[in-house]
Design a protein around this ligand. Structure first.
Ligand SMILES: Nc1nc2c(ncn2[C@@H]2O[C@H](COP(=O)(O)OP(=O)(O)OP(=O)(O)O)[C@@H](O)[C@H]2O)c(=O)[nH]1
Length: 609
């Protein structure tokens, strides 16, 4: 039986997602499901079918198949994709709210990892029925017995309830689908009530404008209907409404209770169709929105500057374009004495920052300098006034600060127990507070810390990986703020502060930051015709100093004899070189020095989804 959208009996619908740690095999399992349900035939099948979006994105078409409708055994299964990274937790939880069940997928050779836990907790919060599944059982290194026990211990079921599949060979996948049909509850909603649909994703497509993915909770949404976005009160007309199976397919009858699909209204900006918002009918509007709509808040800020100052308009244009597809991206123009015109950009986290930067460089051909990332600080002055600081240069100097607050995270690290010592050492070194520790099995441990976000955004993940030979995984979530003894360290060249190098750091680390930066710059800045002192200072107090000795760079010295044209050529060349220099006071600083001095190998799980 092949049911038509809009008339599917909700009792026959199962909405579920697959949640997993990166690389535990989500896409591969999804491939097998597409094949088994006949949505993609064997001939058109290719690996990671749903990941074709990356290619589309490079060509500028961004229809991500976020939800696929799979007809199976007289039922309609909607498999909803989740981004699965801490930066996008906000969006993950929206996707989860569009489901009734979640397949918790764990690599049978790796066991539970940090994102397995993070996603599981989100799914539990959303009240989903959880199906524990071990994947990759075909691997010789698989230890299904051991990890079934780990998984059962975690969610409180019997190890024999843990299903075992191989996304690669297809073993056990049919049984898994049967299990979904049997165990995941059917959606419940009121068919005759005013329409309410949750937006769980929204992407920009060059040709069709914004494509909005929705899950209908109550009522019905149809074509050519005036709809209302409840958080912005904007009304639009649905030009197209349909389901993805696996290509977008218009649904003549619209979408009814429990159904998952997409709608197109012709709006050009994802901010007009925000993830988490409720869509209702403009004619017969629902009274109440669906659960908790909130704006995603940027957590990490960095200055972005074109290496070539002439590319500033291109950078602005590129950011404008990216924002069409990324409601979480915020930016405002900023000027740096050292770097010229640029933008202060706010990101959800480090991964988000890496992705945006990579897209700006790859898709828009820009070369950028980004300043060291920093978090948001709340500064209370002695007169009671309050300041929100997203840029070190805005940090007040002088003795009038009463209190400074910084954001903290609850961080979870999973690793083999032999690394407990190393992990604790890193966390303590970054002002971590141990919250607790649990053994998942006799040799794997979960360690929980409160850590300042500002400490995580510098190379924390890299250090963690290198000290644990790559075995540790990390996840963190925002957990409010705490008061901290923070200061601004300025770096001065010949007495002139270079705003791009200022940083807000903990007082105990100020000296280390200052000396390291001064040393780095001594190596990076070429000698000038006069001596250049490099100083690190907190307010007026100098805490570190290096010197670049003077040199008289006489390019003509080598030209004995009097060949005037040769001399002229050399002078021309010197002039060329100067163009790539930035002037700080009288000091010439090459662009490369900024790039090298500011590069922190910031760590995060590498971009996946
Ligand atoms: N042997 C074996 N390998 C698998 C199986 N499932 C996935 N893999 C491999 O594991 C790797 C990760 O699989 P993906 O399906 O990309 O994992 P994912 O969790 O979806 O990761 P992303 O889509 O990249 O976020 C790939 O190299 C797959 O070929 C399996 O059942 N058996």
């Amino acid at each position: 039986m092949r049911t038509q959208p809009g008339q599917t009996d909700p009792a026959l619908i199962r909405n579920f997602c697959i949640i997993a740690h990166i690389d535990h095999g989500k896409s591969t399992l999804a491939d097998r499901m597409l094949q088994i349900t006949g949505v993609v035939d064997d001939r058109s099948m290719r690996a990671q079918y749903l990941d074709r979006m990356d290619i589309e994105r490079e060509r500028g078409i961004t229809i991500k198949s976020q939800a696929v409708r799979l007809p199976y055994d007289g039922h309609v299964l909607n498999m909803i994709d989740t981004p699965g990274h801490v930066d996008f937790t906000y969006e993950v939880s929206r996707s989860l709210q569009a489901c009734e069940g979640a397949i918790l997928l764990v690599d049978a050779a790796q066991g539970i990892e940090a994102q397995t836990l993070a996603n599981l907790y989100l799914a539990m919060n959303a009240d989903l029925h959880i199906i524990p599944v071990l994947n990759k059982i075909d691997l010789p290194a698989a230890q299904p017995e051991k990890f079934a026990e780990e998984l059962a211990g975690l969610i409180g079921c019997d190890p024999s309830d843990v299903l075992r599949v191989s996304g690669k060979t297809g073993e056990g996948v049919r049984e898994l689908l049967d299990h979904v049909v049997r165990e995941v509850p059917a959606p419940v909603g009121r068919a005759d009530a005013a329409a309410r649909a949750l937006i769980f994703d929204s992407v920009y497509d060059t040709y069709r404008g914004v494509v909005t993915y929705v899950r209908v909770v109550d009522g019905h949404l149809g074509k050519r209907e005036r709809i209302l976005m409840m958080s912005t009160a904007a009304t639009h007309e649905t030009l197209e409404i349909g389901v993805i199976s696996p290509e977008p397919r218009p649904a003549e009858l619209g979408l009814g209770v429990g159904e998952v699909g997409y709608l197109i209204t012709g709006v050009k900006d994802v901010r007009q169709s925000r993830v988490g918002d409720t869509v209702t009918s403009a004619v017969k509007s629902a009274g109440e929105m669906l659960a908790g709509y909130e704006h995603p808040k940027p957590m990490v800020f960095s200055g972005l500057y074109p290496i070539d100052g002439d590319e500033y308009p291109e950078l602005r244009e590129a950011l404008d374009k990216l924002q069409l597809n990324d409601a979480a991206l915020v930016y405002e123009p900023e000027t740096s004495a050292a770097l010229g015109f640029g933008f202060r950009v706010g990101f959800l986290g480090l991964l988000h920052m890496e992705i945006v930067r990579e897209r700006l460089e790859r898709e828009f051909g820009l070369s950028l300098i980004s300043t060291a990332p920093n978090v948001i600080y709340r500064v209370i002055m002695e007169d009671g006034s309050e300041l929100t600081v997203t840029n070190p240069s805005e940090f007040p100097t002088g003795g009038k600060i009463a209190q400074v607050f910084e954001p903290v995270t609850k961080s979870t690290i999973l690793a083999p127990s032999e690394f407990i010592g190393a992990i604790m050492e890193i966390c303590q070194g970054r002002r971590g507070n141990l919250l607790g520790m649990d053994y998942l099995s006799e040799d794997r441990v979960e360690i929980r810390y409160t850590l300042p976000l500002g400490e995580i955004i510098f190379d924390f993940f890299d250090q963690l990986k290198s000290r644990t030979r790559g075995y540790a995984s990390l996840d963190y979530e925002p957990a409010g703020e705490q008061e901290a003894d923070l200061v601004k360290v300025d770096i001065l060249l010949q007495g002139e502060p270079v705003d791009a190098f200022s940083a807000i750091v903990h007082r105990e680390k100020a000296y280390a930051y200052g000396t390291e930066m001064a040393k780095k710059l001594r190596e990076l800045i070429p000698r000038q015709q006069f001596e250049v002192p490099i100083q690190a200072a907190i307010g007026a107090r100098v805490i570190a100093r290096e010197n670049i000795r003077a040199i008289r760079k006489d390019v003509l010295a080598k030209c004995y004899g009097g060949d005037i044209s040769r001399k002229r050529k050399l002078l021309e060349k010197q002039k060329e070189g100067k163009k790539r220099m930035k002037m700080v006071g009288r000091v010439e600083v090459p662009q490369e020095a900024f790039v090298a001095a500011l590069s922190t190998d910031s760590g995060s799980d590498k971009p996946k989804k």
